[in-house]
Design a protein around this ligand. Sequence first.
Ligand SMILES: O=C(O)CCC(=O)C(=O)O
Length: 279
Amino acid sequence: MAAASRFRLALVQLSVCANKQENLLRAARMVKEATAGGAQMVALPECFNSPYGTQYFGEYAESVPDGPSCKALSEMARDNSVHLVGGSIPERAGETLYNTATVWAPDGSLVAKHRKVHLFDIDIPGKIRFQESETLTAGASLTTFSTPWCRVGLGICYDLRFSDMATLYARQGCDLLLYPGAFNMTTGPAHWELLARARSVDNQVYTALVSPARDTTASYVAWGHSLVASPWGEVVASTEADETVIYADIDLEELKRIRENIPLGKQRRLDLYDTVQKV
Ligand SMILES: O=C(O)CCC(=O)C(=O)O
């Protein structure tokens, strides 16, 4: 049977607090709501089980996939019979900490695991300084996974800024790029939507960004504005800063049409340049 050419993606813009158990329960409620809204694939945000900040990663870190948050994610996928991109969580592997996303099949089995490969180290004087590398280690490989509808390329937040990674994913056959992320009040308004639309239009793919809801009392204030950009570069689903679920119908026929109309894939001058995956 040919794969269906459409599926419904839901992004859960979750309110995240300091209580891990509460975050897990809230996520479970929202995944249920998203599935009831017709979603076949649901995604949670970056650091969905803990506040975002280098001071929190060690305290909230867990083993992947043996820790309680992965157990909860596996149950959410199975209970709702849904493909679940479990946002990211701080992962502990021995002495090393990573920012790690997991993907779960509708039977609750682990499909993929991505350790953020580009750590968020920036310094904009007077605005924001953040150094993930003070506590985290970068992942060492890129991550794609297959679904009944299409191949998906996975990144976490700052990974979105690296166009080579997105282009590699597209060349590996991904039709959807998915980034749990948490931009902030400086870089969010400037770059969040622009980057999603750029990744989409450059690579003729859908790009989905899923943020935590904004908490103005948190030490790191997330921009929110979860969104989906189409292969035409349009925003087809979006929201503002509060907790909510947004939905987008991912239309792979439309994507194919766009690639036929503007055949970038065939016109690339790979005799002049190339983008290769090393690991
Ligand atoms: O790239 C940015 O502006 C924000 C990145 C970020 O917040 C992150 O990687 O967690």
